[in-house]
Design a protein around this ligand. Structure first.
Ligand SMILES: *Cc1c(COP(=O)(O)O)cnc(C)c1O
Length: 395
């Protein structure tokens, strides 16, 4: 039976999939069940930062699969401890809580922020201010934090205690932060909201607002973390550190893992029994995640992101001067959005037919998030394809 028919008959109908069944991947290329190759400029939505089936990651996974998969968090395991030590040594954070997904990492962050104030005798401080157009996940708490109506629709009543400020607008945020606020939560660069980069000064002012009011600052770096923007974490570009930061997506390069990083002071609210996860930080996923970080920082991958990103962006800008349908190009490193004066879906589909996978968000913003190992030749190929597609549409 055809893979598509089997899936459509038996899987919950939550995804509007392309009619593409992928069977194999290597580097920046994936293959479908007809043997056709596609250059992947979305990388599982900013997940496979080191490309598909990286041989060293496959070897680490196989080695750990022969050693120890899972024992629960009743016991210590070396990969989990070593990964936490690595993450804290390379960030603002002192402690890590491991989860299995982005939404779960954000759940942990929201729970921690609430408990932090309960523990300090201020139970009235439970509200979180997040941003309009933000995306934080699909669980009840994280969809409540998400500032997009389409994600919350159908799930009323959403969780109580969330307020939404316009992104990059310190005035509106200052008005919303009150005596009941425990945290401000934002993506340093909004991903699903349309690849929106704020002013540096905005984040400086958000940090100041947190310091003045005692609110915890939570960065959701699930999409922007792990080298995507050319630094390990996007906040490093802005020089403004949070109290809590969440990771997932590229941390396992495709293995499901999430993490919440926090300062010692914030993390103190998590004591034995306060939070837990059966699968969180299994030796299998943490061994691979540690290897991901070692390859990313040890083999020059991270250093090349800024250059490759500038190359992609420069090409897009040249394309823009030829095709005025491209309105605006924004982003950082290899997270780039191109706002179009036309729906993006037909462009995505036409590129797919020519062997390139890209993605569209917010109806008219093309998003490019290739593996960080993407080559100039692969970028040249995509640009020729896009040039072709846009020229075809203009006729
Ligand atoms: C993808 C994403 C999430 C949700 O991650 P899941 O692993 O799908 O739960 C949360 N926040 C941001 C910024 C994301 O990009």
């Amino acid at each position: 039976m055809d893979i598509r028919q089997l899936a459509d008959a038996h899987i919950a109908n939550t995804y509007a999939r392309f009619p593409l069944a992928l069977v194999k991947g290597q580097g920046c290329t994936v293959w479908d069940d007809q043997g056709r190759a596609y250059v992947d400029f979305i990388a599982g939505i900013a997940v496979c930062n080191l490309g598909h089936c990286h041989p060293d990651l496959a070897a680490t996974l196989a080695e750990q699969a022969r050693t120890l998969w899972h024992v629960s968090n009743l016991y210590y395991t070396a990969p989990q401890a070593e990964l936490a030590a690595w993450l804290t040594a390379h960030s603002f954070a002192d402690r890590v809580f491991f989860a299995n997904s982005g939404a779960e990492a954000n759940e942990a962050a929201i729970k921690l922020a609430r408990k932090y104030f309960k523990d300090r005798g201020a139970p009235e401080r439970y509200r979180v201010v997040s941003m309009k157009q933000s995306f934080h996940g699909r669980t009840m708490a994280t969809l409540s934090a998400t500032g997009q109506e389409k994600v919350r629709k159908g799930y009323d009543p959403i969780l109580e205690g969330f307020d939404y400020a316009a992104f990059n607008d310190i005035e509106e945020l200052s008005c919303l932060v009150g005596p009941a606020t425990c945290a401000i939560m934002l993506e340093p660069i909004q991903g699903e909201g349309g690849v929106v980069v704020p002013d540096r000064e905005y984040l400086v002012q958000v940090r100041r607002l947190c310091d003045e009011t005692g609110c915890l600052l939570i960065y959701d770096e699930i999409q922007t973390g792990i080298g995507r923007t050319g630094k390990l974490f996007a906040y490093e570009h802005f020089g403004v550190a949070p109290d809590i930061l969440t990771l997932a997506k590229a941390l396992g390069n495709g293995l499901p893992i999430g993490a919440m990083l926090a300062t010692e002071q914030a993390a103190a609210a998590f004591v034995p029994g306060a939070h837990a996860s059966t699968f969180g930080g299994t030796p299998l996923v943490t061994a691979v995640a540690l290897k991901v970080l070692q390859i990313l920082t040890g083999e020059g991958v991270l250093e090349r992101v800024a250059e490759t990103g500038a190359y992609l962006r420069g090409h897009l800008e040249r394309l823009q001067s030829k095709h005025p349908v491209i309105k605006d190009i924004r982003g950082m490193g290899l997270l780039i959005g191109a706002r179009m004066d036309t729906p993006g879906a037909p462009i995505v589909r036409a590129c797919m037919e020519q062997g390139y996978l890209i993605n569209c968000i917010q109806d008219n913003i093309l998003r490019f998030a290739p593996p960080l190992i993407v080559t100039p030749a692969e970028i040249d190929g995509l640009m020729a394809c896009l040039d072709n597609v846009l020229s075809g549409m203009e006729q």
